[in-house]
Structure formats: C-alpha cells, structure tokens
Design a protein around this ligand. Sequence first.
Ligand SMILES: [Fe+2]
Ligand SMILES: [Fe+2]
Length: 280
Amino acid sequence: MLDIERVRGKVERTNAIPTIPLVIRKIVKAVENPATSPAAVSRLVSSDPALTAKILKVINAAMYGFVARISSVNQAVVLLGMNVVRALLLGISMFEMMEQTTVGLWKHSLGCAIVARLLAQKKGIFDPEEASVAGLLHDIGKVVLSVQFPKEYQMAVTTARDRSMLLPDAETEIFSMTHAAAGAYFANTWRLPEFVVESIRHHHQPSATKAAPLHTATVHMADTLVKAYNVGFSGDTFVSAVHGYAWEVFDFSEAQMKEIFAEIGDTTAQVDDFFKNPKK
Ligand SMILES: [Fe+2]
Ligand SMILES: [Fe+2]
C-alpha cells in the first residue's frame, strides 16, 4: 500500500509533471497571480491555436451537446471562470498523456457531462453548465492517479476485475484513497468551485455531501447511467445501482425517465462520433 501523504503530494503537484506542455504550465502560473486578468489568460490560451481548438471543442461538446455555442477562449473564461478553465487544460493534457486504451475514460467523462446537463435541465433545479463541468471532471482522480502512478493504477483496475471488487475498494488497498478522494485533492489544489470539489469527492456516495447535494446527486446519477449505457469505459467492471438518495432528489416520473433514457441513447452515438471525427 502506498503512503497516503506521498499519493496526495503527487496528486497536488500535477503542474510539475514534466510532460505537461509549457504553455499550460505558464497559464497555471499566471492564474496563481492575483494581478492576472481573465483577458490575459484568454490571450495566453489563444496564443496556441491547437490548444484553443481542443478546449473549445471539449467545452461545447460537454455543455451544449455538440452545438458550437462558445467560439472564443474569452467567452469560456467569462462563463466558467479562470480556475475551471485552468483545471480543464490540465485535465485535457493529462488525458493526452494516458495510453490509448484510456480513451474509454474520456468518453465516459464526456458522456457523464452531457447526461448531467440533461438531468439538470429536465429537473430545472440549477445551472446545467455547472452540472456539465462537475460531470466532465468527476473522475479526474483516475486520470491523475494513472498519470502519476501508471503501474499501480493498472493494478487497481485488474485487481477490481479479477477479484470482483468495486474499483474504489481496490484503489483504497493500493493508494490508501479512492479516485474520488484524489480528484477532490486535485480540485481543491486548483481552487475549483465548491460544488465541483464536493461532487467529485462524493460521486460514489452522494448522501455523504452536505455542501452540494443537488450537484452530487446529479453527477452520481449521470455517472451510473452512462456506465449502464456503456458510453466509454470508466475502469469499473461492476456497476453499482443508482443510490436511493439520488432518486429521491430527482423524483422523476416514469414518463420523464423514459425521455431521459431515449436522450441518453442519442448521446452514445454522439460521443462515439466525437472521438471518431477529430475535426468536428
Ligand atoms: Fe468515479
Ligand atoms: Fe465515473
């Protein structure tokens, strides 16, 4: 078992990963400085056209279901805030470092963002964009652990599969923490809004949150539904049921659930398409 402080230290120092592109490290540093304006951050991101294209593509897909509503980095920074944009940039660059096989986790995360937005819209309880951000980042702990401890993370996935365990239990045996806790450390380090930190920390046990019950229940339900629909692959071979607490929060009628299931069906095809057609 790895020492918890060692794991935490590496989770909190993602910016020090040598393969993080220089431009992203510069942006991360700039955001740390309270004198940096949102316009300056937008200029830094926009100085790299490939990065600009990537971040806009991800934000539009996750938040607007593939409709390109956000056309500039400046708009994204105004809408989401500098800290969220910074975490997304770090997240995207780490996803790119992971092996090809982990495209499944990317698909899972994007699917979760889209379904979380759908649930928030259907219930009309809070900002659907907030739901997408939380959905997109909910498994960021898996990404950070895989990048910082590739061999050990692979071991957690195979242990869970071979011993018919839930992935968080296998992770705890190896890392002394789950990917949900690791993700919350990451989110805290980069000062993400509290609803994001909370929904990452408790997405497997939504009733444990005090600070963000709606967001956490939304991410939990979206996460479980995309797994059930096999959108991408999250690394969990076993899918647990939607927690009773989340059903209570939403209290959807049967007709609403039918609509949601039909829309998730469409999402599966869109997510596959997103990864097949890099120009989209
Ligand atoms: Fe998870
Ligand atoms: Fe997940």
